[in-house]
Design a protein around this ligand. Structure first.
Ligand code: NAD
Length: 337
């Protein structure tokens, strides 16, 4: 059976999701799109030659009987309203990160989903589907390096626009490490500290860059994320796990190796195209798991809530310059994998 998708928000990433659902994900198609920019959306779909209905509001799209699953790829502040309506209508939901922009709204979504009685939501933390991270996790889980003790991660961007602020280093950027690192080492966060080393001259004055975010888990694993969003040279994601008996590194982003002009070189990605395959895989998992089990894959709404609570503690630590505790209720049985 083909799953009919309705996409809310056809901007930068929404368009790529429409394209992957129309062209690459099997068992899926797009029947409707909603965007406040109706004219722009219509002309985009016309250019593509796709006869897909266009709505101005998420409510009309959610109520369309030809829509089985909703992709939420609008601006972050609009996510919670769409997701709560879609849960009420009993539709499956693929939400881009963030699930919602506040921990309270994430909690509301979790409560609504549990009340509904069946998991409907998958959150777009695509790194869990990236081949490199999957290999890293399999190696950690196999016990190859004994127990993990330290994690060193880097999240580097070439540049960011003037509108990017210091807290966005957490809520837009480190949010991906927040999700993937505790999953990688099978542990929960306990506390976080943020520090500001020597600052680059290649940044806008209002922004702190780089920053170092240090987490400690319940089992005392030390996880350090260096976030540097004006590196000038590329989008570079690194992750190293140091264990009792060895060290594991995330495989490099792979491109062809070029021998030319007396040099050997490989490429570094420019942006989130680094994870194109992971986006495809997360959507395929969403579709396949719904077909097989009647529920989407993980990460779940609970993971979206955990990310929001953790991000709040990080943002607090940016200003307090102190160790902040990350306090979370016990994970409900409803969300156990
Ligand atoms: P964007 O600004 O390019 O697109 C947002 C679109 O949503 C626009 O077309 C806008 O008109 C539409 N929109 C806004 N409010 C709406 C509403 N209430 N109803 C319908 N449409 C509405 O933004 P983007 O870069 O595509 O990001 C969209 C979301 O995807 C954000 O939540 C962002 O954090 C997330 N994102 C995730 C990743 C990732 O790596 N997983 C990468 C990029 C963006």
């Amino acid at each position: 059976m083909t799953l009919n998708f309705g996409v809310v928000g056809a901007g930068g990433i929404g368009k790529t999701h429409i394209e992957r659902l129309m062209q690459r994900v099997s068992g899926a198609t797009v029947t409707a799109v909603a965007d406040i920019n109706v004219e722009g959306t219509k002309s985009y779909l016309q250019e593509k030659n796709w006869a897909i209905k266009v709505y101005e509001t998420d409510t009309e799209l959610i109520n369309d009987p030809e829509v089985d699953a909703i992709v939420v790829s609008s601006w972050g502040p609009a996510h919670a309203g769409t997701i709560l309506q879609a849960i009420e209508a009993g539709k499956y939901i693929f939400s881009e990160k963030p699930l919602a922009t506040t921990a309270e709204d994430c909690q509301r979504i979790v409560d609504a989903e549990m009340k509904h009685g069946k998991r409907l939501v998958q959150v777009g933390f695509m790194r869990r589907f990236d081949e490199g991270y999957v290999q890293l996790k399999e190696a950690v889980d196999s016990g190859l390096i004994g127990e993990p003790l330290l994690v060193n991660a880097q999240h580097f961007n070439p540049t960011v626009p003037d509108s990017y602020t210091t807290d966005m280093a957490i809520t837009d950027t480190v949010i991906h490490e927040i999700d993937v690192l505790h999953w990688l080492v099978n542990d929960d966060y306990e506390s976080v500290e943020v520090s500001f080393p020597r600052q680059t001259r290649n940044k806008f004055g209002h922004l702190a860059d780089p920053q170092i975010v240090r987490f400690e888990t319940k089992n005392k694993i030390a996880l350090e994320v260096q976030v540097f969003v004006n590196t000038q040279y590329g989008y570079d994601i690194q992750c190293q796990v140091v264990g009792e008996n060895g060290v594991l590194d995330l495989p490099e982003f792979s491109t062809v190796r070029l021998r030319k002009d007396f040099k050997v070189s490989t490429g570094i990605s420019e942006g989130w195209n680094r994870f194109t395959r992971a986006y495809d895989t997360e959507f395929q998992a969403f579709v396949d798991t719904i077909q097989e089990k009647g529920q989407p894959a993980f990460p779940s709404a609970w993971d979206g809530y955990v990310a929001a609570v953790t991000a709040d503690a990080c943002v607090k630590a940016q200003t307090s310059k102190q160790r902040e505790l990350i306090v979370m209720p016990e994970k409900p049985a409803f969300y156990q994998e």
